[in-house]
Design a protein around this ligand. Sequence first.
Ligand code: KG4
Length: 339
Amino acid sequence: MSVTILGIESSCDDTSAAVIRDGVLLSNVIASQAVHESYGGVVPELASRAHQQNIIPVVAEAIKQAGIDQSELTAIAFTKGPGLMGSLLVGISFAKGLSASLNIPMVDVNHLQAHVLAHFIKEKPEDDHQPSFPFLCLLVSGGNSQIIQVTSHDQMEVIGQTIDDAAGEAFDKCAKVMGLGYPGGPVVNRLANEGNPKAFAFSKPSIPGYNYSFSGLKTSFLYTLRDHLKEDPDFIEKNKADLCASLQATVIDILMNKLRKAAKETSIKEVAVAGGVSANTGLRDAFHDHAKRYGWKIHIPPFAYTTDNAAMVAITGYYKYLRKEFSPMDAVPFSRVEI
Ligand code: KG4
């Protein structure tokens, strides 16, 4: 009998629902929330209200696009955390209600594990691009920068992580001081393509092991702006592209140095990237370059599965369902990072 999972993602500012049957994606619907743009960041209370408005139409649309009837669902997977508590509560409460009314089990999903398992989403039954175990996954998003050693669908160990800011935050915060809007990552990426990555030198951390730090880079970026703005008030406007190119090159360098060290010391050559920052074209190029230079077999997800989406929740739920790891009805969300 086939296994059909409805996935629900509501951890931050995207309401998403997806249907996966036997590991193959049938639909993936995402409603993004424009309401936060004018605030320069996500406003938690507004996010949970928008989730409440979006969740019913988004789930209905995902079921419709999958071409199934809701009575064909085997189980409901939902994001339990980490994320914003109010936002997570909307998805969990909805999952509980639907699970009770359809009399089918629920599966809770860790958002970070879901980013990693996004690599197992099949778009067609014959897709065979999945990483083989063990592999390393660089998980880079607005809230996390981690190197994860993945030994099976349910065994993952975080071997390195940021001790302060995340890579996405470095992009977002530096973009904000340049007046480039929020989120800054995509704008920095676009401008970087027109600039010289060697125009400015920003500081790089030297901390032991596989851990990351991005706060020093942020500070050195701010000092560079401050020093030049004293001489020339139009400095940012005139040097936007070079600033973005140099910032992007430094972030990528920091990320790849530790990933290279981890790949070398664990002797793992199967290397994946996941999370919102993996949309960055410079980072993608760096992965291709490492594949050529070090013989890595690399896995880069399609853009649609890099940012928050329910397809990755549904695939994680699918594997948990197969292991019969169900969620109790009294499940509560968690906000902090755990994997
Ligand atoms: O995984 P994600 O969607 O969710 C959060 O963790 O919030 O990641 C969002 C992050 C933001 O920091 C955004 O600026 C960054 O991913 N991002 C990018 C690019 N696209 C999104 N950073 C660099 N280059 C990009 N092209």
